[in-house]
Design a protein around this ligand. Sequence first.
Ligand code: BES
Ligand code: ZN
Length: 443
Amino acid sequence: MSQKQLDEFFDYLRFPSISTDSNHKSDVNACADSLVAKFTSMGLSVEKHETPGHPVIVAKSESKDGLLTVLIYGHYDVQPVDPVEEWDTPPFEPTLVGDKIFCRGATDNKGQNFAHILGVEETLKEEGELPVNVIFLLEGEEEIGSPNLAPFLREHKDELKCDICAVSDTGMIGPGIPTMTYGLRGIACLEFIVRGPTLDLHSGVYGGAVPNPALIAAQIVSKLHDENGKILIPGFYDKVVPLEDWEREMWAKLPDGEQATIDETGVKGLWGEAGYTALEQRWGRPTAEVNGIGGGYQGEGSKTVIPREAMAKLSFRLVADQDPADILKLASDYLNSLCPDSCTIEVELGHDGPAYVMDPNSKYGKAAQTALKETFNDAARLIREGGSIPIIQAFKDILDVDTLLLGLALPDCQIHAPNESFTVTNFEAGIKLNRALLKELAK
Ligand code: BES
Ligand code: ZN
């Protein structure tokens, strides 16, 4: 790859396009503008669409009759950088160390979508035309649940008409191992606040006789799972489609998922739903997680207080055919039922998105596998992923297309965490993959 391509990538990475933080609204917008400029320079027709949140960018190659149309989706927004003190290099100053480019968004998702952009640019430069019609769709709200993208798809359905969607925003099971993801978990988020006394109380004067919201919040959270890791919310598993034998057998042949999970996370031991391997638990089973919990004194030393309130933020990872809205209702009812009469609980529902599963051996799925093989000189491994990309099922529901998930995130890339990185090797591979994919799809 050329220095120019790397420089352009670094410029893209420098925008602190943190979608969740309103202080960064103008940075997200400036990042969108940089994409407009890039697509314009490539000769694509590009539009920046304002939304109630962050802009959506749509760029199209010249549309030719008789050619397949491929929608390439990605997101230019990134996660916050905290805890910033744990970064070894400034989070928005791309820093090359060996093969790794350290920067927030390097892998998730700027590196992966920019590789597609550069792949198309290279093909146009070298061959003068593309083997397929391409529509790029880049959004700035994926990391906050894509609240405005489904309405956008509905409104621009005709303009976005396509045959297949391609997305690089998932993982590879190891360096150099081509990986096609045929399923993603869905997500449903909520938070609750338990309220007790009307003011923080002296824990000596009142302790023992009044309910402590922090304790009650902890007791509620402790009732999310039984001792076998099964989720106790009534009805939670009712619509779960079980894993199929062929996929359990296929995943059992992958490198040891138990050990990999331990090595990647640094835990002393694993935890989870009994009867499933670590990969099955991570990719094919639903979960209930506590993403944050708090209340009461968090400062230095001790403070003898009964806090007036305590909170927790929960998220559920879902599988087909769980409906996120149903799950939020069931969870909310369950949380309410667990709160004793001595306190109140308020449950606030957050964003959600359904799970996605496709047939990896469909015609386009096979083309994607061939493109992966050409790029990495090895047969594609077929996996599902535990993470979520909320809009993917909407591509199916609204645009009636499947999505090929051809990710380049490595197990040690630290997305959403300090010191996120993307390798130059995978950046180059992503450019190659885009070119191979468009060719294979055109066949
Ligand atoms: N790229 C990730 C999703 C992902 C990561 C899929 C790794 C497979 C493997 C995406 O940007 C992401 O982080 N999604 C969020 C969605 C949520 C905020 C609605 C997620 O999964 O937490
Ligand atoms: Zn992400």
